[in-house]
Design a protein around this ligand. Structure first.
Ligand SMILES: [Zn+2]
Length: 178
């Protein structure tokens, strides 16, 4: 697995216009030419179409890199989870699995059980609330070494940093199987 992590985003990913301080910036989780998930920061003229199914949110561009880490917006993470239920990017199983575990830990989703289908394992989940929803999401085998790069990739995608307490532990990943 390999991906490029862009640290500096000082211009629109579509029209290349340089952002100015406090300018409204739209961050969207889209897919690149290889159909892999990427975050694109866009100016107000390049907003994704409303029916594109792309998850996006607004920020204000800061010329000075903020020292304080941005907290993860779990509602945003849930929107990504739901969008990827409909059309998952290529090679996103591990990422989706991590997102699922994070959402279970935050009680946005309830883990029901682990099911096997055609030799692959999936988590069966329920979203509590008035509009109860059921989901099936891939549960690939991850080693502890897989987690740091996966976490870095997710933090980059959703533009936020997880607190250690928010991260899934080994017991979260085995809870479904026990
Ligand atoms: Zn633009």
């Amino acid at each position: 697995m390999e991906w490029k992590i862009e640290r500096i985003r000082d211009r629109c990913a579509t029209c290349a216009k340089v952002f100015t301080h406090e300018q409204r910036v739209i961050s969207a989780i889209a897919t690149d030419e290889q159909q892999r998930a990427v975050r694109r920061d866009l100016c107000g003229n390049c907003v994704p179409a409303a029916d594109s199914g792309v998850v996006w949110w607004e920020t204000r561009f800061q010329e000075q890199e903020q020292k304080k880490k941005k907290k993860v917006d779990f509602d945003r993470l849930l929107r990504v989870f739901e969008a990827w239920q409909k059309s998952p990017p290529l090679d996103s199983d591990s990422l989706r699995y991590l997102i699922t575990l994070l959402l279970v830990r935050k009680r946005f989703l309830k883990l029901i059980d682990l099911v096997s289908e055609e030799g692959r394992e999936f988590l069966r989940l329920r979203r509590p609330g008035p509009t109860e929803q059921w989901y099936l999401t891939p549960a690939p085998l991850l080693t502890p070494a897989d987690l740091p790069p996966l976490r870095a990739r997710l933090e980059e995608l959703i533009d936020g940093s997880f607190d250690e307490v928010e991260l899934p532990t080994a017991s979260d990943t085995t809870a479904a199987t026990s």
